[in-house]
Design a binder for this molecule. Structure first.
Ligand code: DC
Length: 218
């Protein structure tokens, strides 16, 4: 039986996570936050003090890690039985994730783990290469982006709401560094699939984006 897949790719902070989670909830489909696999691996490496340029060791850690996901209002992730949710969203974790994501052998180990999420009644998958590499046959693909200024402003607001100290210029710089690394790497770079719907959310509300995505599915 054919399992429907919706892929949502784009740069960090474009709203992919929120949109994907809510669309998955509306459709009653499974949800894959592929970035959380790279982020979980980054945390596993920190715990074991593995050098992030040592691909051989990283592959071993990636093969051995056991991840459990629970998708409620927020995504809860357990790494080898330990809840790592509160470390997952840190920019330091995202930066290591982006660096190890450039290694082709690491992407290869995580490929099957991501494809295993494709189960009935359907899957919403968010990331950088969902529509191009992991699920190239998906019938519905979206490329969701926004200007670096808007993405930085949203991130800044989120942190302030959580009463976390933040600096807007620093956040914008981190976003641009990560965008460049994710787009310029040779292995499965951040790119729009030819058959994807392009959405620029700079001046759109989350609800408007969700409506546009749901229209595509309908
Ligand atoms: O989506 P995110 O910010 O949680 O992803 C963290 C990093 O992981 C991102 O900067 C690059 C990498 N990543 C990737 O290379 N491919 C994916 N499909 C998802 C994330």
């Amino acid at each position: 039986m054919r399992i429907p897949v919706l892929t949502i790719d784009g740069p960090s902070g474009a709203g992919k996570g929120t949109v994907s989670r809510l669309v998955a909830k509306k459709l009653g489909w499974h949800y894959l936050d592929s970035g959380s696999l790279y982020r979980s691996l980054a945390i596993a490496l920190q715990k074991k003090s593995v050098d992030i340029e040592n691909a051989t060791e990283i592959v071993k850690v990636a093969q051995a890690m056991v991840l459990e996901f629970e998708c409620g209002d927020e995504l809860t992730v357990k790494l080898n039985g330990e809840n790592i949710t509160n470390k997952l969203g840190l920019e330091s974790t995202g930066s290591i994730a982006s660096q190890i994501a450039a290694l082709p052998e690491i992407r290869q180990v995580l490929l099957q783990k991501q494809q295993d999420f494709k189960q009935l009644p359907g899957l919403v998958a968010d990331g950088r290469d969902m529509g191009t590499v992991v699920f190239p046959d998906a019938e519905n693909k979206v490329f969701l982006t926004a200007s670096a200024e808007k993405r930085a402003e949203r991130r800044y607001k989120q942190l302030k709401e959580k009463e976390i100290d933040a600096n807007l210029a620093k956040i914008k710089n981190e976003i641009e560094v990560r965008d460049r690394r994710d787009m310029d790497r040779e292995a499965a770079p951040l790119a729009m699939a030819n058959d994807a719907l392009y959405i620029d959310s700079s001046d759109m509300s989350i609800n408007a984006v969700i409506e546009e995505v749901l229209n595509l599915i309908r």
